[in-house]
Design a protein around this ligand. Structure first.
Ligand SMILES: *Cc1c(COP(=O)(O)O)cnc(C)c1O
Length: 386
């Protein structure tokens, strides 16, 4: 028999299978708040399309109109011929909505974080990152070759002790946090982090992936309009219902990124259809206060019902609601139970979360009805293995 070509791959895959952590792709057809998988239509509680804009008729139409007018591809990177008027228009709108001087579009949130951090930090930089920060932020920190220290989640005393110990030892310090954490749905205390950054002369970068569209004034997140945030990163893939990302910052920072950020310079810019959708979504998001209120109200109701039924939802304070199950087996079995009852809610297990952090991660959309939520609560309360 032929010896295996890639023993390391086979071994890694075997390990995942043995731990029952092997991941597979399944095709999903989404339609509003429903998802069809293996021929079954389920209520989708695992999408980040929080405002339902991915299927909004106006947003679709704007995307089609951009494609008709400008074509399907931008044809080049931004510094060559890939800057369309449509890119610049959205950048200006974003800056004005977020209260920054400028904004710069990137091709995805993951790609932005992995290239922004190496642009801001080098081997003489100390990077202080919340322990629960998204993988893209972690990878960006690794790529920068800076010295990475992770402070305990939302523990600003721990952050401050790291800052005070490092005084004078590094050329530069960069603090990185999410504003709303993607797996726990809790918030960072942005004003206190700003104060710390200012006290210790550190740069501050905030990832607003899950707050954007949903929280803050006009849905612009938790750091918009605040002095002392050097870079706000946001994505178009979640509440914007499109794809792509941006950095909002000063004019000088934007010039620096255009000149020194490889992930901006060496890639084809986002196509017109994607930007057209983001543009229309931004217009809509700014005036969706009533929807944001509905979403917050429903999330509060759902959390209260789940807590009453004995489930922990950690410190969730938004549309992302972790429902802790303890063991991995429980998470898988509860997810299957929900699916039997017509609900799609994915089990999140290690290595995405810590060893005892297995959970069902619920994300609410303003398009879920009270009836959908009642069905969800019923399904949770009829699960007997707690
Ligand atoms: C989803 C996410 C990203 C990545 O954004 P994409 O546009 O999906 O690549 C980055 N940061 C956080 C916190 C996220 O949740």
């Amino acid at each position: 028999m032929k010896p295996p070509l890639y023993p390391f791959i086979r071994k890694a895959l075997e390990e995942r299978k043995q731990n029952e952590q092997f991941r597979r792709l399944a095709s999903s057809e989404t339609d509003g708040v429903y998802v069809t998988r293996s021929g079954r239509r389920l209520i989708n509680f695992s999408s980040n399309d929080y405002l339902g804009l991915a299927s909004d008729p106006d947003v679709r139409q704007a995307s089609v109109a951009h494609t008709k007018k400008y074509g399907t591809g931008s044809g080049a990177s931004r510094l060559v011929t890939g800057t369309g008027e449509y890119h610049l228009r959205v950048e200006e709108k974003l800056a004005s909505a977020l209260g920054t001087e400028a904004a710069l579009i990137f091709n995805s949130g993951y790609q932005a974080n992995t290239t922004l951090i190496p642009a801001l930090a080098d081997r003489n930089t100390l990077i202080l990152s919340d322990k629960l920060n998204h993988n893209s932020l972690l990878q960006g920190a690794y790529l920068s070759r800076g010295k990475l220290q992770r402070y305990r989640h939302n523990d600003l005393r721990h952050l401050e002790s790291m800052l005070s110990k490092s005084a004078g030892k590094h050329d530069r310090i960069l603090i990185i946090t999410e504003s709303v954490f993607s797996m726990d749905g809790d918030r960072a205390c942005i004003p206190s982090i700003i104060t710390l950054a200012q006290t210790y002369g550190a740069l501050l970068m905030i990832d607003e992936a899950h707050a954007l569209g949903v929280l803050g004034e006009r849905g612009m997140g938790l750091s918009a309009g605040k002095e002392g945030v050097d870079l706000i990163m946001g994505t178009f893939g979640k509440s914007f219902g499109s794809f792509g990302a941006f950095a909002a910052c000063s004019n000088e920072m934007r010039d620096y990124l255009i000149n020194y950020c490889p992930g901006f310079i060496y890639t084809t810019s986002l196509p017109p259809g994607v930007i057209g959708a983001a543009d229309k979504s931004l217009d809509k998001i700014l005036v969706m206060d009533a929807d944001r209120e509905t979403l917050a109200h429903r999330a509060g109701f759902l959390r209260a019902e789940l807590n009453k039924a004995g489930y922990s939802t950690l410190k969730s304070d938004c549309q992302i609601i972790p429902v802790l199950t303890g063991s991995e087996e429980n998470a898988v079995s509860l997810s299957a139970h929900l699916e039997n009852r017509g609900i799609f809610a994915i089990a999140i297990r290690p290595p995405t979360v810590g060893k005892n952090g297995s959970r069902i991660r619920i994300t609410l959309s303003v398009k879920h009805t009270q009836d959908h939520i009642d069905q969800l609560i019923k399904a949770f309360t009829t699960w007997h293995e707690r």
